[in-house]
Design a binder for this molecule. Structure first.
Ligand SMILES: [Fe+2]
Length: 314
């Protein structure tokens, strides 16, 4: 892969300013504390406990926990009229929102089994590697590494940060050999085709995403892929002629009505962007349900997934 190394702190005023904004926000929110008092979302924690209690009283908590571990491999194909010949059949493994829980390796074991021997051209990670918002995050190296070791990816693994990830997560990813994109991008050469991969920082909580920086150096020709943690950059992506936009964060609703109907999106966007494939003008996008859970470790009518995406010509 033709990528510059250590993109996070490249000498670029805009990029550096956004990174500093993130670091200040992490400090302000108290995200690095291991114990209360946290400044962020203590109400959130109480709400989670109340929901858990309600589900237990209704007798469906255990069912929801079992659902959350029924990981599926979801396959989708995206067709583009101008896709270069070399990219026909290009396969991307999309992993998002594992939200690994400390000292609980069940999800990693299930996911490793799910992807074992999978051969793809590229693997992408779209953020949220840990459960909760607080404390050191180094522990996720083990469960994520367990999964990545099972994947055979021709062009390696590219990852971005989500709203649950501190700057420490970027170092953990790099130590695992992941190419981390933080408001940056790189060109991947596949046969005689160029594929630009742009990756933003988190657009949801840290508000540090810059599609402009992620796409700034994209060549005029070639396929344009953008990774963002949430669908909230979709409109901006249109301005930069992005072909495919991959994101997660919503968990597909996590707790849905029968038939998979979303109750909530948990992002500042229309419900249409909350799950699965979507279109915005010429832009095609995909919001994965992701692997894990947040707040309450349950899922209803919304199975966790790892997505296997194939590019084709229309
Ligand atoms: Fe998220």
């Amino acid at each position: 892969m033709n990528c510059p190394q250590s993109p996070a702190l490249m000498p670029c005023h805009g990029r550096e300013a956004l990174w500093n904004k993130r670091l200040k926000a992490e400090k302000r929110f108290g995200l690095r504390l291991e114990q209360p008092p946290y400044r962020l979302r203590m109400g959130h924690v109480w709400r989670s406990n109340i929901i858990s209690l309600g589900l237990r009283l209704l007798g469906v908590y255990g069912w929801g926990v079992r659902n959350a571990l029924e990981l599926q491999m979801r396959e989708e194909t995206f067709c583009f009229p101008d896709l270069p010949d070399a990219l026909r059949g290009f396969r991307i493994l999309h992993i998002s929102d594992p939200h690994f829980i400390r000292n609980d390796g069940r999800l990693a074991e299930i996911a490793a089994e799910c992807v074992r021997g999978t051969e793809v051209d590229l693997c992408v990670l779209t953020g949220d590697y840990c459960w909760g918002h607080f404390g050191p995050q180094g522990f996720f190296s083990e469960p994520l590494g367990q999964i990545l070791r099972e994947i055979q990816s021709r062009h390696g693994v590219v990852g971005i940060l989500g709203n649950h990830d501190t700057h420490e997560a970027a170092d953990v990813l790099r130590d695992l050999g992941v190419k981390v994109l933080i408001n940056d991008g790189c060109t991947l050469q596949h046969g005689d085709a160029d594929l630009w991969i742009g990756g933003t920082d988190d657009p949801h909580k840290f508000l540090c995403a810059s599609v402009a920086l992620a796409m700034r150096d994209a060549p005029a020709e070639g396929f344009r892929l953008l990774l963002a943690h949430t669908p909230e950059c979709a409109v901006r992506a249109l301005d930069y002629e992005v072909d495919l936009y991959l994101c997660g964060h919503t968990h597909g609703g996590q707790v849905c009505l029968p038939g998979g109907r979303l109750i909530q999106v948990n992002a500042r966007c229309d419900r249409a962007f909350g799950e699965g494939k979507w279109r915005l003008g010429t832009l095609q996008g995909f919001t994965t349900k992701g692997m894990g859970t947040t707040d309450v470790p349950v899922r209803f009518y919304c199975p966790p997934e790892i997505a296997l995406l194939t590019l084709e010509r229309q």
